[in-house]
Each structure stands twice: as C-alpha cells, then as structure tokens.
Design a protein around this ligand. Structure first.
Ligand code: MN
Length: 231
C-alpha cells in the first residue's frame, strides 16, 4: 500500500541560530486579546478568550535577516496586518492548569496574523465562520522560533509593527487581556495540545491595510524581528 499521490510536505518553521526545523502541527489564534485592540474593534471588558485556527500550511516561514514575500491574497481589497507573539508548544497536554501551562512552551516567535478584513467583517455580520477572512494561503508569516531556554518566559516587552517605515502598531505583551499561561490553559480545555502546535496570542492596537509593494517590519522585545514584503 502507498499514498495515491506524494504526501504534502511537512510545514516547518526554522529555529533561531540553528539548522533545526520546528514541524508545525496546528495553528491556533486568539481573538481580541489586547485591551486597546479590543476597543478599536468595538469591544470592552474581559470576555472569555475565544479561538480560531489556520491550517498548518498557511505558514510563511521567514528566515533570520531575510525578507519574506507574501503574495497579496485573492478575493479581498482590505488585507490587514496583525503582529503577534507566537507561542510554540513542545509537550502534549489536555486541560492543563494555569500554573502548569508554562511547561508546555518550547519557544517563541514573532508572527503576522494576516487578515482579509472585508471578508472577516462580512462573516461576522452574518454570524458565519471566519475561515475565509483568516485561514487563507500564506496568512501566517512567522520568524524563527527562539527556544524558551534562551528567552526565558516572555510576560512583557514592546511589540510593534511599521509599514514602509511608518509606525502602525505599538503595544506591550504585558497588555494582553489573557496572558500566555491563561491562554494555553483555556485552549487546552477544548483541544489536546501537542508538540508542533503554534498559538498566535493576539494583536495590539493599530491594525490596518497593506498594499502590494508594502514592506512590513515588526518586532517583539526579547523575541526578534521580521520583515515581509507584500507582492
Ligand atoms: Mn489576530
């Protein structure tokens, strides 16, 4: 017995300072997880965290000191950037406690939760799933993963994004509504987390559109930087 066609390649993200690769299993994302971004999207208060997903092969790995190329996706005229701290999971767990959640963390990266805002808005209005707005090809550019042994636990630090050199997003990881440990604990009540999972932990305020030719540059203190051009 064999596959009826070649099995698709394993989605991977490079590991910082190494030739090793992190194999991606699933990509989870948290919605509205920074105070000021929740406000700019018209919400306030501490609602329970909610989650959506992207397919593993939506990753666009961007190697250290290179510029990734993000093809402008089809069927949109309002492609938005969302810079996010990405948590890479290295252990299996179900219904983990907040206290034990940090032990699941393999490392951190900087990622962009690219969003077809016009399609997402239409789906929200109709009460339909967000997939067409969030889960398209190349919708998850991500920089190299830094092992937690190098970074320590990331609980605060500046997070920013600029487009063509102009500031767009600015925040601090410490301004998350649900911190990383709480997010992992919540998520693990709904899904068995496993090595290879990536969690995009939400974006600070200042999301906005990009066009073909734009250069996005973003960084998270203690994690790294990423450069992606929209082509
Ligand atoms: Mn997001």
């Amino acid at each position: 017995m064999g596959y009826v066609f070649a099995a698709p390649p394993q989605a991977v993200v490079p590991v910082s300072g190494s030739t090793d690769l992190f194999p991606v299993r699933r990509i989870y994302c948290v919605g509205r997880n920074y105070v000021e971004h929740a406000q700019e999207m018209g919400f306030c208060g501490r609602e329970p965290p909610f989650f959506f997903a992207k397919p593993a092969d939506a990753v666009l790995p961007v190697a250290e000191a290179t510029t990734g190329e993000l093809p402008y996706p089809p069927s949109t005229t309002d492609l938005h950037h969302e810079v996010e701290l990405v948590v890479a999971i290295g252990r299996r767990a179900v219904a983990v406690s907040v206290e034990d959640a940090a032990a699941l963390i393999w490392g951190y990266a900087i990622g962009l939760d690219m969003t077809r805002r016009d399609l997402q808005g239409e789906m929200k209005k109709q009460g339909r799933p967000w997939e067409v707005g969030k889960a398209f090809d190349f919708s998850a550019p991500i920089g190299p993963i830094r092992p937690v042994g190098q970074t320590g636990l990331i609980t605060r630090g500046r997070i920013w994004l600029q487009v063509n050199g102009a500031p767009r997003q600015e925040g601090d990881v410490g301004r998350m509504i649900w911190n990383v440990a709480e997010t992992i604990a919540h998520l693990s009540r709904y899904f068995a987390l496993a090595p290879g999972d990536l969690i995009f932990t939400g974006t600070p305020a200042g999301v906005g559109p990009v066009q073909r030719g734009d250069l996005m540059e973003a960084g998270i203190e203690g994690v790294g930087q990423i450069r992606v051009r929209v082509v």
